[in-house]
Write a protein of this length. Structure first.
Length: 211
């Protein structure tokens, strides 16, 4: 006896679509994750400012970010008017947290102080100097360069003197074609910004020591 099976025409139409979705789900590539890292070595020549601020408490914040960077995808800039978000190349955590972590680490090495803290924050220390920042641009293009534009000021909490506003525009070429080289260039840009801020704080520490 021969059993005959009939396939519902609706099922026959949907089956290829289901198989296609299943195939796409199994072959979709995983995302790569990246993080900013300090590039200034402790104790090296590049970590020696003219005047150190040993044991001086320095606060970082507030730091204001543009909304287009508030996302996990790494942002690439194709032109002054066009940006894109790569779904397969992402930050391992919030970019703002990574930026502040690396900036704090770099400043700690440059100024030879262990007291670089987030401000405001839950710490028992009162910062002598406070670094305020506004990030206007922090993006780039693999195989080209990363651009960091920031406005910043150093506030002396023990002085009534107003804080001067500085603007830093840093362009760091990449050394390779991939996204990892772009992240290395981004970390180098943060280090360059750290040197400029450290020079301002160092000058203030030196003026205080001369009194």
């Amino acid at each position: 006896m021969i059993n005959k099976f009939r396939i519902n025409p609706a099922v026959a139409v949907c089956l290829p679509a289901v198989l296609l979705v299943s195939a796409c789900a199994t072959t979709s590539r995983p995302a790569d994750f990246y993080t900013l890292s300090p590039t200034i070595a402790p104790g090296g020549e590049q970590a020696q400012p003219a005047v150190t601020c040993r044991d001086v408490v320095i606060g970082i914040g507030p730091v204001v970010w543009p909304r287009y960077l508030d996302r996990p995808q790494i942002v690439t800039r194709r032109s002054p008017y066009q940006i894109s978000f790569d779904e397969f190349h992402r930050w391992g955590g919030p970019l703002e947290e990574g930026f502040e972590r690396v900036l704090s680490d770099d400043l700690s090495k440059l100024l030879q102080t262990d007291y670089v803290i987030k401000y405001p924050g839950k710490f028992p220390y009162k910062p002598r100097y406070r670094v305020q920042l506004r990030i206007d641009q922090f993006d780039g293009l693999p195989g080209d360069a990363v651009t960091l534009k920031a406005a910043w000021s150093v506030v002396d909490n023990d002085s009534d003197q107003g804080a001067a506003l500085h603007e830093s525009i840093l362009r760091v070429p990449t050394t390779g074609e991939g996204y990892e080289s772009m992240v290395v260039a981004a970390s180098t840009a943060v280090a360059e910004l750290s040197r400029q801020i450290a020079a301002e704080i160092s000058a203030r520490c030196g003026a205080t020591q001369e009194k």
